[in-house]
Design a protein around this ligand. Structure first.
Ligand SMILES: C[S@@+](CC[C@H](N)C(=O)[O-])C[C@H]1O[C@@H](n2cnc3c(N)ncnc32)[C@H](O)[C@@H]1O
Length: 252
């Protein structure tokens, strides 16, 4: 009985221990910037870049849609304190966002949530060098995370980019529990409709009022159908910046 109650309370966002909201929203840009600065320490007891021999892995940030002008346009307008990227791969889009943030002199951090295990389409074609081949399986387990880490170091962006090797769902839950919201969430993980829809639901919860979710590959059926379904349910207009879809959250 207690566990059923606990599950129900948890689902509506409460912890049974003290009947308090599971997420404590950090309000205001200053609060968000402070929270953003804390994320590295909250996630990692030891800095993931510490002692990492990145020179052993030459720079290779091949990805998809990572050099879009939309990143600059959206970041310049939003002036975020915290960006969450869901689906990072080798870091192409994260590095573009980090260089825009640096160029604009913003204090923003970028949290990269990825399992670094690849999405469905990465495992369906052994002859695809950019997906299956780039997983760099070692005894059957992907090692592409280290290529991402090396790429960040080659670009000297270790202070801005925070790796969070997790599933999209658990990553969102971590943010909800921490009470930290992001001004921008870039959604580019699984492209299967139900997965994308779930990512949109989960990350809308951690998008700050006045913030936005945006993403890649609107031409993929799974992405488009999920974005359209979510937008209709939330009565949002799907906007576009270059090749990215954008959903804006009303200010509080
Ligand atoms: C299309 S790639 C990301 C491309 C990247 N944004 C770029 O600029 O090149 C998709 C990534 O999402 C990750 N991914 C897929 N499903 C995921 C999930 N459920 N949780 C976390 N990461 C996931 C994969 O490991 C992969 O690295």
């Amino acid at each position: 009985m207690k566990s059923i109650l606990k599950t129900l309370l948890y689902k509506v966002g409460y912890s049974i221990k003290k009947i308090r909201p599971a997420a404590r929203p950090v309000s205001g840009a200053a609060g968000r910037n402070k929270a953003a600065a804390d994320v590295m320490a909250l996630l990692h007891a030891t800095n993931p870049y510490e002692g990492f021999d990145y020179a052993a892995l030459p720079f290779d940030a091949h990805g998809w849609g990572g050099d879009s002008p939309a990143f600059r346009e959206l970041i310049a307008a939003q002036k975020p304190g915290l960006i969450i990227e869901v689906g990072t791969w080798k870091g192409a889009s994260a590095l573009t966002m980090a260089s825009v943030v640096k160029e604009l002199g913003l204090p923003a951090k970028i949290v990269c949530i990825d399992t670094w295990l690849g999405a469905l389409e990465f495992w369906t074609d052994h002859s695809d060098p950019q997906r299956y081949g780039s997983l760099r399986l070692k005894h059957g387990y992907p090692t592409v995370y280290y290529q991402f880490l090396a790429n960040v170091c080659h670009h000297g962006q270790q202070d801005r980019i925070i790796p969070f090797p997790q599933t999209a769902a658990t990553g969102a839950l971590w943010f909800r529990r921490s009470g930290i919201t992001a001004d921008m969430v870039y959604v580019d993980a699984s492209h299967e409709e139900e997965d994308v829809y779930q990512d949109l639901c989960n990350y809308w919860e951690v998008t700050a009022p006045g913030g936005m979710m945006f993403g890649d590959d609107y031409s993929w059926d799974g992405v488009r159908l999920a974005v359209q379904r979510f937008a209709a349910e939330e009565r949002l207009k799907v906007e576009f910046s270059a090749d990215k879809w954008v959903l804006r959250k009303a200010a509080a």
